[in-house]
Design a protein around this ligand. Structure first.
Ligand code: SIN
Ligand code: FE2
Length: 219
């Protein structure tokens, strides 16, 4: 169990700006807002131990988003494929510990979306420079699809492509802004999703970048 710390996220109204985007998926607008200093410190601490890198895809290209991870497991890709690894392949060291802020926020957001007792063991941190994108994909490297995905957007806005259960389903376009949190699970757990190329801009949190935290139960 992740203990509920005094004050942390207890101040949120029970249904803070919740937009349903599926039977078991919702956008919690601004859910992660107002904690910029804590997020900045936590992200810098993670990147200080395991720096962002543009990983290789199985096909031989490079991810346009730079990535790192924290928690017991990190998501990695290379010529051998996509998987979760308990150690950072760059250093051989365990991934940095998951900041309590991330785990607490994820559990709270999941619970708002109807998924109780979510305990992430992996947090992928994606950093998008202007022009970086993520193609339509399903999150399916996790052992058990009963757990939801919680995704936190920080810095520059981006258009989230929210597809269906088939790759060919035409995606909806949802604007994600600083502090927005998406949760999807259950019937929506394997929906295709992606990020359209990030447009030029400046945001006080991350300058000319977008940062995304994707929290998952990988094992
Ligand atoms: C992902 O699907 O892994 C990232 C989505 C995002 O950056 O919002
Ligand atoms: Fe994903």
């Amino acid at each position: 169990m992740i203990a509920s710390g005094p004050g942390l996220f207890d101040d949120l109204p029970p249904s803070a700006d919740r937009v349903d985007i599926g039977a078991q998926a919702c956008l919690l607008r601004g859910f992660a807002g107002g904690r910029d200093t804590a997020f900045r410190r936590a992200i810098d601490a993670v990147a200080g131990q395991a720096d962002f890198r543009n990983m290789q895809t199985p096909g031989g290209g490079r991810m346009s988003a730079a990535m790192t991870s924290c928690g017991g497991y990190g998501w990695v890709t290379d010529r051998r494929g996509y998987r979760y690894a308990a150690a950072d392949p760059e250093s051989g060291a365990p991934w940095p510990a998951m900041p309590r802020l991330f785990a607490m926020l994820a559990a709270k957001a999941a619970s708002h979306a109807g998924f109780d007792a979510f305990e992430p063991d992996a947090c992928l941190v994606n950093r998008y420079a202007v022009g970086a994108r993520m193609g339509l994909h399903q999150d399916k490297d996790e052992a058990d699809y009963d757990h939801p995905i919680v995704s936190v957007s920080l810095g520059l806005p981006a258009v989230f492509l929210w597809g269906g259960l088939r790759r060919a389903d035409k995606p909806e376009r949802l604007l994600l802004e600083h502090g927005d949190v998406l949760v999807w699970g259950g019937a929506d757990r394997l929906r295709y999703h992606g990020i359209a190329p990030v447009k030029a801009g400046f945001h006080p949190f991350a300058g000319e970048q977008r940062i995304n935290l994707t929290l998952r139960r990988s094992q």
